[in-house]
Design a protein around this ligand. Structure first.
Ligand code: KG4
Ligand code: ZN
Length: 325
């Protein structure tokens, strides 16, 4: 079964092709350069760029797989959450394509896409498990007690983890996206030189908070600390904060498997810190951590049997909770 998956929830046009649960082609048209000079995503520019590239990208993906449109068995696209103008481009395109081909259409939740991206590398994993989605737009910790059931344990109270990397990078005069830039600079710095403290370290719950760190980075710069030392300490503190929250969640729930997904899952310091916690870890394979279309096709494939028909009539949804309880 061939599934075409499309994601245009934010600033990247993602088109992927999955055959029987295996990723065959996964292409992302990145808008990094377009938004880079503004230090963040400009929604209207993102929507326009999606419109410009989506048709050509679908053609490219099919060509790479040596398939014609008629070979597709199903079309899936991100319904939400995301920027409404951006979402509408991929969601409406995918609906139109499915309708014209007389093939089924499946609406996918963006965060469910991220979760199935991590499972792509670990097909043997079964619930219950914890799933942390940490990206530019989300920092959500879910408990997944059974397939299709999502209990939100905690989320960010302010900025998302990736957003914190992006904002701190901007303050440090680095490029966008900030995560990889900070990771590179942090290697050259000494975290012990800069006094930044771990947010919410005395809480009993599972919330995240990153916006105070941004202010702390600005203050550290004013005080004259070296950018590399600030980057090193900032990354260490973000990683420690995440580790403390997931550690508490693992102890509280008793779950021993943790999925980490979204762009921030690529961070090597985070991986190294989590690896020392005695949990069974699942990260997405290369290219599937950040937004992409293959993860949407994967989510569609894995959730096919618990779907009802009628997704063609669903509207795109900028705010769309995943939690089922
Ligand atoms: O999942 P994603 O493509 O976008 C959203 O759905 O939001 O993630 C992009 C985010 C950006 O904020 C970027 O700075 C962050 O992921 N990111 C990283 C790393 N690579 C990407 N953060 C920390 N370390 C990295 N290596
Ligand atoms: Zn995402």
């Amino acid at each position: 079964m061939w599934i075409l998956g499309i994601d245009t929830s934010c600033d990247d046009t993602g088109v992927g092709l999955v055959q029987d649960g295996r990723v065959v082609v996964n292409r992302v048209a990145s808008q990094t350069l377009l938004h880079g000079r503004y230090g963040g995503v400009v929604p209207e520019l993102a929507s326009r760029e999606h419109v410009q590239v989506i048709d050509g990208l679908v053609e490219e993906v099919l060509r790479e797989a040596g398939l014609g449109l008629e070979a597709l068995d199903l079309v899936a696209a991100t319904r939400g959450p995301g920027l409404i103008g951006a979402l509408l481009v991929g969601f409406t395109y995918a609906k139109g394509l499915a309708f014209a081909l007389r093939k089924p259409f499946i609406a996918v939740h963006h965060l469910e896409g991220h979760i199935y991206a991590a499972l792509a590398e670990h097909p043997e994993v079964r619930p219950p498990f914890l799933a942390l989605v940490a990206s530019g737009g989300h920092t959500h910790l879910f408990e997944v007690p059974a397939w299709g059931a999502y209990r939100l344990l905690g989320a960010t109270l302010d900025d998302a983890a990736g957003e914190a990397f992006d904002k701190a990078a901007r303050l440090l005069g680095l490029g966008y996206p900030g995560g990889p830039e900070i990771e590179r600079l942090a290697v050259q710095g000494d975290p012990g030189r800069v006094p930044l403290s771990v947010p919410l370290s005395d809480q009993e719950g599972f919330s995240f908070s990153f916006s105070g760190l941004k202010t702390a980075v600005a203050r550290a710069l004013e005080k004259g600390y070296a950018p590399a030392d600030i980057a090193a300490r900032f990354q260490e503190v973000v990683v420690e904060h995440i580790a403390q929250v997931v550690g508490r969640a693992a102890r509280k729930t008793g779950h021993t498997t943790l999925l980490v997904t979204g762009g921030v899952a690529q961070n090597r310091a985070l991986r190294a810190r989590l690896e020392g916690m005695g949990l069974r870890l699942c990260f997405p394979p290369r290219g599937l951590a950040t937004d992409n279309g293959a993860m949407i096709a994967l989510a569609a494939w894995h959730t096919l049997d618990r779907r009802s028909e009628g997704d063609l009539y669903l509207p795109a949804a900028p705010y769309l909770p995943l939690a089922t309880s």
